[in-house]
Ligand binder design. Structure first.
Ligand code: GAL
Length: 731
C-alpha cells in the first residue's frame, strides 16, 4: 500500500508554516511552566487531489498526535483519536475535491482526565503536537489490512512462518482474487512463496520446511521480509513487512531467547528530548537505540511508559536490542471510559507492533498502579487474544499484588530505603517471595530501581556519583546472582523533563545514567563495562582526579569500571600497582569493577591533604597486555573545545545531534566548567533550541535540523576556547 509524505506546509495556529513532526510549544531546558502546552492547538493543510487517487481508497495516516486529535476535511469531522501514542487513520475516499481541500487537525494538550495516562500526576511530560509523521495512503478498494507474521517452533531444523492478514474492504465489495506471500532474506533473495485464493475477509498462509534460516538474537539480529501481493478485480495491492525468527520464554528460572538462557540487563527510556519534546524524527529515534546498544551496551530497553516511535523500534530490531513495550499510564486508573480506552490502547499497541522481533513482552498494567482485578483481567485478555507468542508483564511497586500477567514485573526501590524493609542492612533487591507474597516462585523481572532514590546530576560531587555507580552495580550484581530473576532494568537511560511535582524543581528528573543530551554520567559505564571486551574495551575510573573534590580529600576508594582483567595504576613517581576486579564485593557481575583503596595505596602514597598532587594514569590489561589507558592531569586547564556530531550527513528533514565538550590538556572533560558557547547554524539547516548554551559538567549538546538539501555550517564559539566549525551535508 503506497504511502506518501504529507508532512510539509501545515499552517500551525493560523500563523506559522511548519513541517511535521512538530512540537506545539518549545520549552526551555529547565524551570519552565509546563502548563504552557496544556491547551488546544490547530493545524491546517490545504491540498489538491492527486489524479492518481481516482478510483482508489485514500486515507490520512497519523503515526501519533498528542492528544485527543479531531480531524476534519473541508469543515466536516472525519475522525477523533484520543490516545497520544498510537496511530490512526482518517478516511478521505469520496470526500476530496479536485482543488483546495483543507484538512484541519485540532489537538488538545490539556491532560484531559478522560484519557490515559491523565487524571492523576505523571512523572514526565506529554508534549502537545502532531509529533510524529503523517502520510497519505492510497489503495485499491479491496486491499491488504493488518498483517501478523508468526514463527512457531523456531528451534526445529526447518522453520515455519504463518501469515494472517485481514482484508480492508470499506466499501463492502464482494470478495474474490488471489493472495501471494514471498519470503525474502536480508539481501532480498527469495526463499519461499505461496499463493491462496481470496475466500473471506481473513487470509492465512503458512510457509513450511524452510531451510537455513538464521534466528534473530541480540548478537545476530537476522531479519527477513515478507512481501504480500493481493490481486483482485479492484487492482493489485502490495505490502512488505520485516520480521525475525525467534522465540522468547520466561520461567521461574529466568528468561530464554531461542531456548538459551539470557540475563536481561536494561534501562528505561523516555522518548523526550530537550526543546523538541517528543517531536524528533527518525534519525534521533534511531540514534537513541544505537546509544543504548553500543554506548550503554544493554540488551534490553523498556519503553516507559507508552508505545514509542516505530523508528526507534525498527532500529531495535536491526540492532538486536530487546524491547519491553507498555501501554500509556502512570499510577492512576480512571473511570469506566478511561479504562475502556486503556484496553483499546493495549490492542492498538499490540496490532501496531506485533511483527517487531525486538519486542518480547507487553506491559499491560498501568505503571505502578494498584490492583484492579476486572481491569487487568481485561488488559491481559486483550493482549493474549491478539498475540499468543509474547508474555505479558504488569509493572508494579506494591507488594503482594495480584498476579494476572505471565511475568511478575517489579519496580524494587528497596536500595536506599532500608527503613521500609524493617531497618534491614543495605539490600539491593528484596527476595522474590517477600515481594509477591506467594508461596511458590513465578517468572520474575525487575523493571526499575535507582531513579528518585538517588537523583544524580552530571555535575554532582564525585563522591555522590561514585555512590550512584555502586547502586547500579549492586542491583545488577544481585540480579546476576539470582537465577530466578530474569533481568533488571534501571531507572533510567536519560534525564528527562517532568512536571513540577517531580524532579529537582528545575522540571528535570536527574535520574539518567546519561544527561538529556545523552552524554554519559559515570553510571553509564556501570552498564557499558558489563559487555564483552570484543564489543569494545571499557576503562572508566570514577574520578575527576582532584585532591579536594571529595569530603576530606583524595580519590579513594577509586572505582574503575572496566571489562579488563586487571588495571595498573601509576601515580607521580610511585611504583605502579596492579589491581584486579573486586570479585569479593561483586561476585556475580560479568565484569566486576576494580576498586582501589587503602589496601593498595597508603595515605602517604595517594591521599594525603597538603601534599603535592600528581598526574595519574590507569592502564587496563587483558591477558597481561595493556589495551586501554586513562590519563589524568593534576593541573587541568581548559584547553580545547571539542565538537562531536553523530554523523556528517543528515537525512532528509532529519535532526542531528552535536555534542560540545571543554577538554583539558590530556583530553578529559572538565567536570566543573560552565562557560557558555554560542552556536550559529547557516545554510540548509537550523538550530533547535537557544543559540547561547552554558556547558553543564563540561559539555552540552544541540540538534541541527535539515531544512533543504545542501551544506550546513555549524560554528560554535567560546570566549576562552575560541571557535570550532563543522561542515555537515543535508541530503
Ligand atoms: C517510578 C516510576 C517512574 C519514575 C521513577 C523515578 O516510580 O515508575 O516513571 O517516576 O519512579 O525513580
Amino acid at each position: 500500500m503506497p504511502k506518501t509524505d504529507f508532512n510539509d506546509n501545515w499552517l500551525f495556529e493560523g500563523r506559522d508554516q511548519v513541517r511535521l513532526p512538530h512540537n506545539a510549544v518549545e520549552l526551555p531546558f529547565s524551570y519552565f511552566d509546563e502548563k504552557v502546552y496544556q491547551r488546544t492547538f490547530t493545524y491546517e493543510k490545504t491540498f489538491d487531489a492527486d489524479p492518481g487517487w481516482a478510483g482508489r481508497e485514500v486515507s490520512l495516516h497519523f503515526d501519533g498526535a498528542m492528544a485527543n486529535a479531531q480531524v476534519s476535511l473541508n469543515g466536516a469531522l472525519l475522525t477523533r483519536h484520543k490516545d497520544g501514542y498510537t496511530p490512526f487513520d482518517a478516511r478521505l475516499t469520496g470526500l476530496v475535491k479536485t482543488r483546495g481541500n483543507v484538512v484541519k487537525v485540532v489537538i488538545d494538550g490539556s491532560e484531559n482526565p478522560e484519557i490515559p495516562p491523565f487524571g492523576g500526576a505523571i512523572d514526565y511530560l506529554t508534549y502537545a503536537g502532531i509529533y510524529r509523521e503523517v502520510w497519505i495512503k492510497t489503495a485499491p478498494a479491496l486491499s491488504l489490512g493488518l498483517t501478523k507474521i508468526e514463527t512457531p517452533d523456531v528451534l526445529a531444523a526447518r522453520k515455519t512462518v504463518t501469515i494472517a492478514t485481514t482484508l480492508s474492504n470499506p466499501q463492502n465489495l464482494a470478495l474474490s482474487g488471489s493472495f501471494r506471500a514471498t519470503l525474502r532474506d536480508a539481501d532480498g533473495q527469495e526463499i519461499a512463496s505461496a499463493t491462496a485464493a481470496v475466500t473471506g475477509p481473513s487470509l492465512t498462509l503458512t510457509l513450511t520446511n524452510l531451510p537455513n534460516i538464521i534466528l534473530w538474537d541480540t548478537t545476530t539480529p537476522a531479519l527477513y521480509t515478507l512481501d504480500l501481493t493481493l490481486d483482485t478485480p479492484q487492482g493489485t495491492d502490495t505490502t512488505t513487512t520485516r520480521f525475525g525468527f525467534r522465540s522468547v520464554a520466561f520461567t521461574t528460572q529466568g528468561f530464554a531467547l531461542n531456548g538459551k538462557p539470557l540475563k536481561l540487563r536494561g534501562l528505561n527510556r523516555h522518548q523526550s528530548f530537550p526543546y523538541a519534546g517528543y517531536a524528533l524524527g527518525r534519525a534521533a529515534q534511531e540514534r537513541d537505540a544505537e546509544i543504548l546498544k553500543h554506548e550503554l551496551r544493554v540488551n534490553m530497553v523498556r519503553t516507559s511508559h507508552y508505545p514509542q516511535s516505530t523508528h526507534f523500534l525498527n532500529r531495535c530490531d536491526e540492532l538486536g536490542l530487546l524491547v519491553f513495550e507498555e501501554f500509556p499510564g502512570w499510577q492512576h486508573i480512571g473511570g469506566a471510559t478511561w479504562k475502556q480506552e486503556a484496553v483499546e490502547n493495549v490492542r492498538r499497541m499490540v496490532r501496531r507492533d506485533w511483527n517487531h522481533p525486538s519486542i518480547f513482552i507487553w506491559g499491560v498494567r498501568i505503571n505502578e498502579s494498584q490492583d484492579d482485578h476486572a481491569f487487568y483481567t481485561q488488559t491481559n485478555a486483550a493482549a493474549h487474544a491478539l498475540d499468543t507468542t509474547r508474555p505479558t508483564g504488569g509493572v508494579r511497586y506494591i507488594t503482594d499484588s495480584e498476579l494476572l500477567e505471565d511475568v511478575y514485573t517489579m519496580n524494587d526501590f528497596i536500595l536506599g530505603n532500608e527503613e521500609q524493609g524493617g531497618n534491614r542492612p543495605r539490600t539491593p533487591l528484596r527476595p522474590q517471595q517477600e515481594v509477591t507474597g506467594l508461596t511458590h516462585s513465578v517468572p520474575y523481572m525487575i523493571t526499575e530501581y535507582g531513579g528518585h532514590m538517588f537523583p544524580t546530576k552530571s555535575y554532582d560531587q564525585e563522591q555522590r556519583q561514585a555512590e550512584h555507580v555502586l547502586r547500579h552495580l549492586e542491583v545488577m550484581n544481585a540480579m546476576y546472582g539470582d537465577p530466578q530473576i530474569a533481568g533488571c532494568v534501571g531507572w533510567c537511560a536519560f534525564d528527562y523533563n517532568t512536571h513540577k511535582d517531580f524532579g529537582s524543581g528545575d522540571r528535570i528528573c536527574h535520574h539518567g545514567v546519561m544527561d538529556m543530551f545523552r552524554e554519559p554520567k559515570f553510571a553509564a559505564y556501570a552498564y557499558a563495562s558489563q559487555s564483552d571486551p570484543s564489543d569494545g574495551v571499557v576503562l572508566k575510573p570514577v574520578t575527576f582526579w582532584a585532591r579536594g573534590e571529595r569530603n576530606i580529600g583524595g580519590v579513594l576508594p577509586l572505582i574503575i569500571l572496566t571489562n579488563c582483567d586487571e588495571v595498573e595504576l601509576r601515580y607521580g613517581t610511585h611504583k605502579p600497582k596492579r589491581v584486579k576486579p573486586d570479585r569479593d564485593r561483586f561476585p556475580h557481575l560479568p565484569y566486576a569493577p576494580v576498586i582501589v583503596d587503602r589496601r593498595h595505596f597508603t595515605d602517604n602514597e595517594l591521599g594525603l591533604w597538603g601534599m603535592s598532587w600528581e598526574h595519574g594514569e590507569v592502564a587496563g590489561l587483558i591477558k597481561g597486555k595493556p589495551v586501554a589507558t586513562a590519563r589524568f592531569a593534576a593541573d587541568p586547564v581548559a584547553t580545547t573545545l571539542q565538537l562531536a556530531p553523530d554523523a556528517a550527513v543528515l537525512g532528509r528533514h532529519e535532526a542531528l545531534r552535536v555534542i560540545v565538550r571543554a577538554l583539558d590538556q590530556v583530553g578529559n572533560k572538565l567536570p566543573f566548567y560552565f562557560d557558555p558557547v554560542a552556536i550559529k547554524v547557516e545554510g540548509a539547516g537550523h538550530l533547535i533550541g537557544p543559540s547561547l548554551l552554558p556547558l553543564r559538567a563540561g559539555s552540552t549538546g544541540f540538534w541541527v535540523q535539515a531544512q533543504t538539501i545542501g551544506s550546513i555550517k555549524v560554528t560554535v564559539s567560546s570566549d576562552r576556547l575560541g571557535e570550532q566549525t563543522l561542515q555537515l551535508q543535508a541530503e
